[in-house]
Design a binder for this molecule. Structure first.
Ligand code: ADP
Ligand code: MG
Length: 254
């Protein structure tokens, strides 16, 4: 098997004396979709925070294409090709849809607003950014909403915009924290269909409570319980696992 695109090794994270992640080992192959499931408070968002650089690990390693990234800033990790979305919406209420995507496109081209030198770089890249913007508006089916503020979008469109911002940097690895939470069944079905198309060929790790979404999208499922991995395998293996059924999937038919 070729080298995994992402490796998490013996990862620990504590807050004070409380151990939240207790030695997690995970691998993600190129193009694979891994769903992380588990009860509330299991440590799923903390795991994503450590992988994406929002939190430093207390111990252990995170490797992106074999290179250690643990403890680096979220920006540095994003530039290395790992993007994430958040459980809580991160949109700017006074920026339009198009401006959100413009920012994401500029950022993915390594541009910073740091004085005149940075501004010159931004201006030089504008035609390129306009072309990328048009493409993303079409891919996300947000063309008609490009001048809208986030508050004028449906909830599902807001989540689509957040997904687009994560994808605009063409990352190899994408972490999505509860992308379909709060959506209706039909919004979820449409979102999953687009998610599949938009992330084709990229490695995807998602925290998801909707088991229909998990079993539809995931190549493998990791079950987190009280900061430890209870099981990791194909959806069928995990669905049939007695320990998993007792703590999490008890209500699901085999
Ligand atoms: N910054 C923090 N400081 C202290 N405790 C935290 C912090 N972030 C998360 N926790 C705790 O870690 C545990 C796991 O949280 P979280 O990773 O958000 O779980 P999940 O996403 O699986 O629901 C919870 O008990 C939560 O209260
Ligand atoms: Mg969470």
């Amino acid at each position: 098997m070729s080298q995994p695109v992402l490796q998490v090794q013996a990862l620990h994270r504590s807050f004070g004396l409380t151990h939240i992640l207790r030695g997690i080992d995970l691998e993600l192959a190129a193009g694979e979709c891994l769903a992380v499931i588990g009860p509330n408070g299991a440590g799923k968002s903390t795991l994503f925070n450590v992988i994406s650089g929002a939190l430093a690990p207390s111990a252990g390693h995170v490797l992106l294409r074999g290179r250690s990234i643990a403890g680096q800033s979220p920006d540095a990790i994003a530039r290395l090709g790992l993007a994430r979305s958040f459980q809580i919406s991160q949109l700017f209420e006074h920026l339009s849809v198009a401006d959100h995507l413009r920012l994401a496109c500029l950022r993915s081209r390594g541009l910073r607003f740091d004085g005149w030198r940075g501004l010159r770089g931004v201006l030089a890249k504008l035609p390129d950014v306009q072309a990328a913007l048009a493409l993303w508006l079409q891919r996300l089916e947000l063309g008609d909403q490009q001048h809208c503020l986030p508050g004028e979008l449906s909830y599902a469109q807001q989540r689509m915009l957040e997904l687009g911002m994560a994808l605009a940097g063409e990352p190899q690895v994408i972490l999505l924290d509860e992308p379909t939470a709060g959506m209706s069944r039909s919004e979820t079905a449409q979102f999953v269909q687009r998610l599949r198309a938009l992330t084709q060929g990229r490695a995807l790790m998602l925290v998801e409570h909707d088991m229909q979404v998990v079993f539809e999208l995931a190549d493998r499922v990791a079950v987190l319980h009280e900061g430890s991995l209870l099981a990791c395998g194909t959806p069928q293996q995990v669905r049939g696992d007695a320990a998993v059924r007792s703590v999490y999937l008890g209500g699901l038919p085999c």
